[in-house]
Design a protein. Structure first.
Length: 436
């Protein structure tokens, strides 16, 4: 075998091994994190001691079975969100042109769905029709059901990708594990209008983040008769972040998650299970740890978090505004500088894109990840620093976004070639200006 072939086989094996590890490790991790937050005081040492004493049996002992009530909650929530996605009115929005030249069309009704969901959830609680505390009390069973249900969902998506793809932006890599992990279809749909990735990523995943943030807050209130300022800061910041997301949802449809990553385990299981469990975990911890920060500390953390969320929003907005107006706009009060980059589609057509080289996008090529990570730090900081686990999301996000920046650079480099090189010369840092 030639050296280069050996190298390719080696990197293929490493990729497969890391995918299989993630497929095997993520589900137990979700359960261990929930258990540690809710039943082990947030202490990794306590959970570790339990596992050390009881071995594998210790893991199965704490792994709750998906109960009927858990399935009912997931089913009602999922159905409600699907109905809102289909039924609520919204502007017609076109996504970016796909590698195969397709233009996906969406109905932009995310903000309406978000408002209806939160009002309905709070209304159910207020009028004592359904108490969100039930969700918290069955959280382990819900995560357990989500783990199984989402796995089945991903298998069905995989079969659909083979048998009934929704568009030409679909196909197999020839390897079952890669196809299952990364997905087969870019824009899977049920019928003409029900976009599966909008459902999994936005209406189920991101929406569950807001719903669970409220749940944790309500649980603390019902338990203690009041909500601590630390919980308030955490909830307000997480809700501000999710509100920003839904305000900008149609912009999200032109980001990597939707426009480049296919619908497989990575993105769909991630949004259906990882987002509700891991992303919301700082709030999960705070339920049983009502820290009192005091007014000035609480307000300072809140202000810093809101600023980061705003900067992150402005980064995304600048890129999209600049592209939408074809660069005929002002960024930070000036005409933006740009690179006109041409590329070839998989059909062999030549197209052009604009790369913004000023504003936030002139500081580094992925500056938007800096405020994203800092915002997560600020909504976790109210948990103080007694335990590491509430900060797991911040650490995970840092690793995820560092890897994502590299993946995006690689993809853009092969898409734009010399134009991307030029961009890298003009904007040499990948994420943190002056550092990396
Ligand atoms: P984006 O998709 O928004 O941006 C990257 C894309 O933008 C590139 O693929 C390229 O696409 C285009 N692009 C790159 N450089 C430029 C430029 N200089 N000018 C114009 N266009 C450019 O990135 P993400 O999807 O990673 O992030 C979107 C948002 O989601 C961010 O706010 C991020 O922080 C957040 N996020 C949050 C995560 C979480 O788990 N909390 C995970 C990931 C993201 P093209 O092919 O069109 O040129």
């Amino acid at each position: 075998m030639a050296e280069s072939d050996k190298g390719t086989v080696h990197s293929m094996l490493v990729t497969l091994a890391s995918m299989i590890s993630l497929l095997a490790l993520c589900p137990p991790f979700v359960i261990l994190l929930w258990y540690t937050m809710v039943h082990a005081d947030g202490s990794i040492a306590l959970t570790w001691e339990h596992l050390k004493q009881n071995g594998f049996q210790g893991l199965t002992d704490i792994w709750p079975s998906p109960s009927l009530i858990a399935w009912k909650i997931i089913f009602c929530y999922g159905l409600f969100e699907a109905v809102l996605q289909l039924a609520l009115p919204g502007k017609r929005v076109e996504g970016p042109i796909s590698p195969n030249g397709n233009i996906p069309v969406y109905k932009a009704n995310g903000m309406q769905a978000y408002a209806v969901t939160l009002v309905a959830y709070l209304g159910l609680w207020w009028f004592r029709i359904f108490n969100p505390v039930v969700v918290y009390d069955h959280l382990g069973e819900i995560f357990s059901a989500l783990i199984v249900g989402s796995l089945v969902f991903c298998i069905l998506l995989h079969i659909k990708g083979h048998l009934a793809p929704s568009s030409t932006d679909s196909g197999s890599s020839g390897n079952l594990i890669i196809d299952f992990y990364w997905g087969m279809e870019l824009y899977p749909r049920i019928g003409e209008n029900f976009d599966i990735k909008v459902f999994t990523n936005c209406r189920f995943g991101m929406m569950s983040w807001a719903v669970l943030a409220l749940t944790y807050c309500i649980k603390q209130y019902e338990e203690n008769g009041r909500v601590s300022d630390s919980m308030l800061v955490n909830t307000i910041l997480m809700l501000a972040y999710v509100s920003k997301f839904f305000w900008w949802e149609s912009g999200y449809w032109s980001t990597m998650d939707i426009a480049h990553d296919r619908a497989g385990f990575y993105i769909c299981w991630g949004c259906l299970v990882w987002v509700p469990s891991i992303y919301t975990s700082p709030g999960m911890y705070l339920v049983n740890h009502p820290v009192n920060l005091g007014l000035s500390a609480a307000l300072s953390i809140l202000a810093a978090g809101l600023l980061c969320i705003y900067i992150n929003y402005e980064c995304d907005w600048q890129r999209q505004y600049f592209r939408r107006t074809g660069g005929k706009c002002t960024i930070w009060g000036r005409t933006p500088t740009k690179i006109v980059a041409s590329y070839r589609t998989s059909k062999g057509e030549t197209k052009t894109s604009l790369l913004l080289t000023s504003g936030w996008w002139g500081l580094s090529r992925h500056f938007h990840y800096v405020p994203e990570i800092l915002a997560a730090f600020f909504w976790t900081a109210p948990a103080l620093f007694n335990h590491f686990l509430p900060y797991f999301y911040v650490v995970f996000l840092t690793i995820l976004l560092t890897d994502r920046a590299k993946r995006d650079d690689d993809r853009c480099s092969s898409k734009y070639g010399k134009y991307w090189k030029l961009y890298c010369q003009k904007v040499p840092y990948r994420i943190v200006p002056g550092l990396y």
